[in-house]
Design a protein around this ligand. Structure first.
Ligand code: F6R
Length: 270
């Protein structure tokens, strides 16, 4: 596990975007796993900048998003409307600004008539594409990655999940409140790729920012493995990069060690 500590949010966004851009430059047909939430917005802004100013080319890239609320979705071809779907978020924050091809980006369908069947289909699409090369992740207040809430099996694949009260509260504050949608109308269920799906990715890239994430980040990186904090599962992943700002890193016990490892790796170009 590589833990990279950066000064602030802008720096973690730049570092994460550079790691993703490097993957695209190495393999123009790479498969990206993408996340939503407040944390990746800066990463997407930097990827958009690199697309516009440095010709970062998404024309052969395929992407799969981690999750979607059940009960909402939009047609990505239509302009922004008020709904808080992750499909809409991806369109607004990334897809409409870059040259990724229609049909090459996947978000679970929050309006599917048969959610169980759709979960199987989504998982099969990831397999068919050859698996995820790099999976971008945020971390929830309850330690979730994707919407894998406490108690989710480390072997889980794409499934339907009931969101915890903490996740509903966090996401209401961050997204729903400003749209004026009442708290009780917020979807309580979601489709998410599983922990097993995330562990199958070839590289997991987790980003976190701010003091409010510090304790849960420390649990995820240095705490014992437990399905009660599903991000601890990343300790089982063979290739993980965690990019934190100083606030999010502030509860870690081994900060000096992580910095030392990063410097050594730089020195020997590892
Ligand atoms: C988003 C997702 C979630 C978020 C997490 C952190 O697709 O799967 O796991 O990454 O809830 O959200 P923010 O970044 O808003 O703190």
């Amino acid at each position: 596990m590589d833990v990279l500590i950066r000064k602030n949010y802008d720096e973690i966004s730049r570092t994460a975007a550079n790691i993703i851009a490097e993957q695209i430059s190495m393999n123009s047909k790479c498969i990206l796993g993408l996340a939503t939430g407040s944390t990746p917005i800066g990463t997407y802004k930097e990827l958009i900048r690199q697309h516009k100013e440095e010709n970062l080319d998404f024309s052969k890239v395929t992407s799969f998003n981690l999750d979607e609320y059940l009960g909402i979705s939009i047609d990505l071809d239509k302009p922004y409307n008020e709904d808080q779907s992750y499909a809409r978020y991806m369109w607004e924050e990334l897809f409409k600004h870059i040259n990724i091809k229609k049909g090459n980006y996947y978000v679970p369908d929050g309006l599917t008539e048969d959610p169980l069947k759709h979960c199987e289909w989504y998982e099969a699409q990831i397999k068919k594409a050859g698996g995820i090369d790099i999976q971008l992740l945020g971390i929830g207040g309850d330690g979730h990655v994707g919407f894998n809430e406490p108690g989710t099996s480390f072997n889980s694949k794409t499934h339907i999940t009931a969101l915890t009260k903490q996740t509903l509260d966090d996401n209401y504050e961050l997204f729903y409140k400003k749209s004026g949608i009442p708290r009780e109308k917020m979807p309580h269920f979601a489709i998410t790729i599983g922990i097993g799906t995330i562990l199958d990715s070839r590289h997991a890239l987790l980003i976190a920012s701010g003091k409010r994430k510090a304790d849960i980040v420390a649990e995820a990186i240095e705490g014992p493995l437990t399905s009660q904090i599903t991000s601890t599962s990343l300790q089982l992943h063979p290739k993980v990069t965690i990019v934190l700002d100083e606030d999010a890193a502030s509860s870690l016990k081994r900060i000096k060690h992580y910095k030392h490892v990063e410097n050594l790796k730089k020195k020997f170009s590892l």
